[in-house]
Each structure stands twice: as C-alpha cells, then as structure tokens.
Design a protein around this ligand. Structure first.
Ligand SMILES: Cc1cc2nc3c(=O)[nH]c(=O)nc-3n(C[C@H](O)[C@H](O)[C@H](O)COP(=O)(O)OP(=O)(O)OC[C@H]3O[C@@H](n4cnc5c(N)ncnc54)[C@H](O)[C@@H]3O)c2cc1C
Length: 440
C-alpha cells in the first residue's frame, strides 16, 4: 500500500501492491481505539464513509477507499501472550511478519501461513487468506476472538461464546462489518519445516494427488503453462536440529532465481510473446530439486518482487482435474501468452460463513499474469470454468462475480448480510466493490 505521511484527514493517494487499484481520500491513522470509535461515529453522523485498509495486498477493489481511509498500522494496543494456552492477542494492524517474530520469541508460531508475510493480520483474515495443507483451514480459522468498532461506533468483542453470529461473520468479514482493532489467535509450539521441492510431470502429480495431500503436512504444486511439467513443493514438520540450507544457496534460490531471473524472463516474454512457451519450458527445467530446513514462517513465506495480477478460485477438491483441463484449454485459445505458473493448493473445510473453504475440502487454483500483460480475457475465461465447477473466488484476488452469482455458493450468505445490516446499517464501511459482491 502506498500513502504519503500527511496530517490526519489530509487528502492522500492510495494504491495497492499490484498498482491496479488507486484512489485518493482523507487518510486517518489512529493510534488509539477511542480515536477509531470517534472517527466512525463522526463519519456516520456526517453521512461519510471509511475504508479500513491493511497493507494493500488485495488485487480487488475490496480495500479501495472512496472517501476516507483508515490505516491501522499505527494502532497501539496491549500485546498479550498466554504460552500455556498458546493464545496471543495483538493489535489488528500488526503485520504477519511482526507477529511471526513476536511468536518466535515466545517459542510459538502460527500453524500455517500463505506465500508472503507482508499483510496485516486484519487484512489477511478479512479476505480468507490461506496457505496449503489438508489439515489446515485459512488463517481466519486460527482466530479465537476479535474486537471491532462497528458502523454504529460500538466496540464489540466476539468469539465462539460472545456474539457467535458476529464471530462467524467477522473472521472473513471483507472489511464490511467494522474496523477490527484487536485479534486473538490460537498458535502452536514453534516448529521447523523441511521443504522438499522437485519437478514432476503433471499427470503423475494428479494420479498421486490423494496420497500427496494426505501424506504431507503441506503439499502444493506449480504447473507451467504450455508444458506438462510441474514443480512440487512439500513442507513437513521435522526435529529442530534438522540441517538448514546454507544461507547463500537459500538466497540464490528464493530471491535471485524466484525474483531476479524470473523478473527478467517475464520482461523478455512481455517484449517477445512468441518466446513464452519456450521460456515456460526453460523455467520448468531450471527449477531443480532441493531440500532445506528452517523456522516454519521462513519456509512458508518468501519475498515476491515481481509484480503481477492474480485470480484464485477455491474449488471442491474433486473438481481439480477438470478445472486444470479447462484451464489448459483456456490458455491454448487465448490471443496472448501467459507468463506465470499456476499455483495449486489445498485446505481443510471450516465453518466461517464467507470463507472460501466453508463446509468443504478445497483445491485452490491461482492464475497470474505479469504486470503490463493483458489479464482480463484470461481471468474471465477461467472464471467461467471455475464457476461451472462450483468455484468460489478469493475475496482479495481479481474476479468479476456479483452478489447474485456468489450467494448460491455460500449457504450462510443471507446470515452474513443480516449481521452486516445490524453492524453497519448506514454502510460506513461500504464501497462500490462491497456493493457489487454483497449487494447495497
Ligand atoms: C504477492 C502477494 C502474495 C499473496 N499470497 C497469498 C497467499 O499465499 N494466500 C492467500 O490467500 N492470499 C494471498 N495474497 C492475498 C492477500 O493475502 C489478501 O489480499 C489480504 O487480504 C491482503 O491483506 P492486506 O493487509 O494487504 O489487506 P488489504 O488488501 O489492504 O485489505 C483487505 C481487506 O481487509 C480489510 N481490512 C484491512 N484492515 C482491516 C481492519 N483493521 N478492520 C477491518 N477490515 C480491515 C479491508 O477493508 C479489505 O476489505 C497475496 C497477495 C499478494 C500481493
């Protein structure tokens, strides 16, 4: 997210990480919860709106402010760690990176993470951010309680016991129910992961999928378009003294190859699209097998410096082969080339009303396109395939669905809207995007 330091309420510019969402508005940077309450009450009284923003890592306009925007990263608050119960309570604007470091000092960790740690905690949970692993739901499933300032300016704490309906809605709340100011998360004892990465043919991966998913803590793969190749990534918990990958090699693989060389390949492909299938084949071959071991969050999360746009669909797991066959067809028929591999991940079912994983085992298919390359026809064509298979779009990643088309996919959609009507009757937290995906 970008925004220049300015006095509270001054008009400043905002843009997301990918640069495809931009706005300007009055910036609010509260450092205390009572300032949040006052700002929300004042906005409601004046018929104005406030969009709580995180680190701007959503590709959709879900965090796009249309009036005032509230950055919660300076919000102070007590940090409480209960090592016995493995619970941590933190201000909601804290980044995942800071949370991971904090937990490590207490020999705790989050049980699972996505690909990066730059997001704020509130931002990550609000869109259902997830990692991979058949035994794990999205990050919101680790939340045991949260406090939010509702659209009527009320400070409300919710958990499975207190306001359970708000809890079921607000853990993936799309920034539409209130300003989350504090989050309590269930952690696990700190752990070390051994990562194993290796190339594998797509047909072989699909044939062995049930064993690969069930037999590993965290399994995922990348498919390289125009090829039959994948790169498989497997992370399993191991003893603390497992041998780490030498530092230079880790940097070479993660940062240099994944960002610098890949960025160069993307620029080349954008300039000379006919080379893309060859580049994809070379990329698939360049990534060899490697094994390394490190602190869990350092294995889960890696820096992403090559900018892209992304769509991701959560599908019923059994639909994955059909979805990939449809995707291959879509890519083959596009009038332009696709420069990014397709990421496939797996999650457990959960009971959060608007979680992509609500009530079912999911396979997530994430498609990307390098900045400056056409994306929309690609994304729309895959969206049609995914929608027909019962797919649910990631709330933070590009999609073109509206409330009418999303509602049948979420059995508790109407319950979510009822909570929203109660918590934010005047739509202080609304914008054009939430109007589209939730209705007015
Ligand atoms: C490079 C990259 C890698 C990514 N990797 C993954 C991944 O591995 N897995 C995955 O699932 N997603 C991934 N994402 C998507 C990302 O995790 C989500 O879009 C996430 O919501 C971004 O968090 P944020 O802090 O940037 O929030 P923003 O994008 O700024 O906001 C997201 C939503 O949260 C709301 N919000 C923010 N703060 C508050 C608050 N205090 N109270 C109430 N609402 C609030 C906003 O209003 C908005 O609705 C990735 C994105 C990028 C750019």
């Amino acid at each position: 997210m970008s925004g220049h330091a300015a006095p509270p309420g001054a008009i400043t510019s905002w843009s997301n990480w990918a640069g495809n969402q931009r706005a300007s508005g009055a910036a609010l940077r509260p450092s205390r919860v009572d300032t949040v309450v006052e700002a929300v009450r004042a906005a409601r009284a004046a018929g104005r709106r406030i969009k709580p923003v995180g680190s701007g890592h959503s590709f959709t306009a879900i965090a796009r402010p249309e009036d005032q925007w509230m950055d919660l990263t300076a919000l102070a608050g007590p940090v409480t760690v209960d090592p016995g119960r493995r619970l941590v309570t933190v201000p909601a604007g804290m980044s995942l990176r800071a949370l991971n470091d904090l937990l490590a000092t207490h020999r705790l960790a989050l049980a699972n993470l996505g690909d990066i740690d730059a997001q704020t905690i509130a931002g990550a949970i609000s869109t259902g951010t997830h990692g991979t692993g058949a035994g794990f739901g999205c990050l919101s499933t680790f939340v045991t309680g949260l406090t939010l300032v509702t659209g009527t300016g009320e400070l409300l704490r919710c958990s499975a016991e207190e306001h359970p309906d708000v809890f079921a809605a607000a853990r993936v709340g799309l920034g539409a129910l209130g300003v989350i100011v504090e989050v309590t998360l269930r952690c696990v004892d700190a752990f070390v992961l051994r990562a194993e990465e290796r190339p594998a043919p797509l047909a072989g991966v699909l044939a062995e999928l049930p064993e690969l998913i069930a037999g590993n803590d965290h399994f995922e793969f990348y498919w390289f378009p125009y090829t039959d190749r994948t790169q498989v990534k497997i992370n399993n918990r191991v003893a603390d003294d497992d041998r780490p990958l030498p530092r230079f090699r880790a940097w070479l693989d993660d940062d240099f190859l994944a960002n610098s060389v890949f960025g160069g390949a993307c620029r080349l492909g954008r300039a000379a699209p006919t080379l893309v299938p060859a580049i994809s084949a070379v990329a698939a071959r360049a990534l060899g097998a490697r094994t390394y071991t490190a602190r869990s969050d350092r294995v889960f999360c890696t820096p992403r410096r090559v900018r892209f746009q992304e769509m991701e669909y959560a599908l019923p797991r059994a639909a994955l082969p059909e979805a990939l066959a449809g995707l291959r067809r879509v890519i083959g028929e596009l009038p332009f080339r696709v420069l990014f591999p397709v990421e496939v991940r797996f999650t457990a079912p959960d009971d959060i009303w608007l979680s992509h994983g609500h009530g079912r085992e999911s396979a997530y298919v994430a498609i990307h396109q390098y900045v400056g390359m056409p994306a929309e026809p690609y994304f729309r064509a895959f969206e049609q395939v995914a929608t027909e298979l019962g797919g649910r779009p990631h709330w933070g990643k590009l999609h073109y669905r509206d409330a009418a088309s999303l509602r049948p996919g979420y059995p508790r959609f109407a319950d979510f809207l009822a909570v929203r009507d109660r918590l934010d009757p005047d739509r202080v937290f609304g914008n054009a995007h939430t109007e589209r995906v939730l209705g007015g």
